[in-house]
Ligand binder design. Structure first.
Ligand SMILES: [Zn+2]
Length: 244
């Protein structure tokens, strides 16, 4: 059994698109161990304008950017978003490599570039959950909440309802902790987190909680017109569910 992948994690047939013109393969060097490898790279200019779904997820035709969002060094397993990957100082290596030690002997098959498969995508994300908080100097909790949310969306795409719930619950707990304890987040971020908490509560069928979060946004007067409109739509949907 895998130490990295959680209990209940399955194998999934969904295949990441590898024929998009937005996907390139470029050389990358691991900042921690110096290993050079062919990495996938998304040309954002070729992704085009994405369509924003009611839960704020941005979709692109022809490719799912989440499949290529994480860079993983196949030698030392250092794994995180490309921007953080490139900027991580070498002096963090000891700490990160120590955290990765338990997974070294797992023979994780991580395919990168055009060879990418769903198994590799999930492995990269679960490794990123371990590495990212050790690679950034601030917002560690926010980074982890975001990774859990992305993992939940991947399970949703793979139609694994059970694991989707587990990951959404983890994401909820992380965002809720930030929302209730971090006084340093600004109004804009606070409203965004409230929206995500409302959306996740909705997905977990906690409609009372969902409604409360969306009402908080509605009454705050600080929401942008787009967020206010998205919030009104959600309140209406929940009202229909609760008062059929
Ligand atoms: Zn490495």
């Amino acid at each position: 059994m895998s130490k990295l992948l959680p209990e209940g994690h399955g194998s999934y047939e969904l295949q990441p698109a590898n024929d998009s013109t937005a996907l390139a393969v470029v050389k990358a060097i691991c900042p921690l161990c110096g290993f050079e490898f062919d990495n996938h790279f998304l040309l954002t200019s070729r992704l085009g304008r994405g369509k924003t779904e009611p839960d704020m997820r941005i979709r692109h035709t022809g490719i799912e950017p989440l499949h290529y969002a994480i860079t993983t060094c196949t030698k030392c397993l250092f794994s995180t978003e490309l921007k953080i990957f490139e900027e991580t100082p070498k002096r963090y290596a000891e700490n990160i490599h120590k955290a990765l030690e338990p997974y070294k002997d797992e023979n994780l098959e991580i395919k990168i570039g055009r060879e990418r498969d769903m198994n590799s995508v999930f492995i990269s994300f679960y490794l990123a959950l371990i590495c990212t908080p050790l690679a950034v100097d601030r917002n560690q909790e926010l980074e982890c909440a975001g990774i859990h949310l992305k993992i939940a969306r991947l399970y949703s795409d793979c139609k694994d309802k059970k694991m989707e719930r587990v990951a959404f619950q983890k994401s909820y707990e992380a965002y809720h902790h930030i929302y209730t304890t971090n006084s340093r987040i600004d109004d804009k971020l606070s409203l965004q987190i409230a929206f995500l908490l409302g959306d996740i509560s909705y997905k977990l069928e906690n409609y009372d909680d969902a409604r409360q979060y969306f009402y908080k946004i509605k009454t705050s007067k600080k929401a942008t017109p787009t967020l206010a409109k998205m919030t009104d739509d959600r309140i209406e949907i929940i009202r229909d569910i609760m008062n059929p």
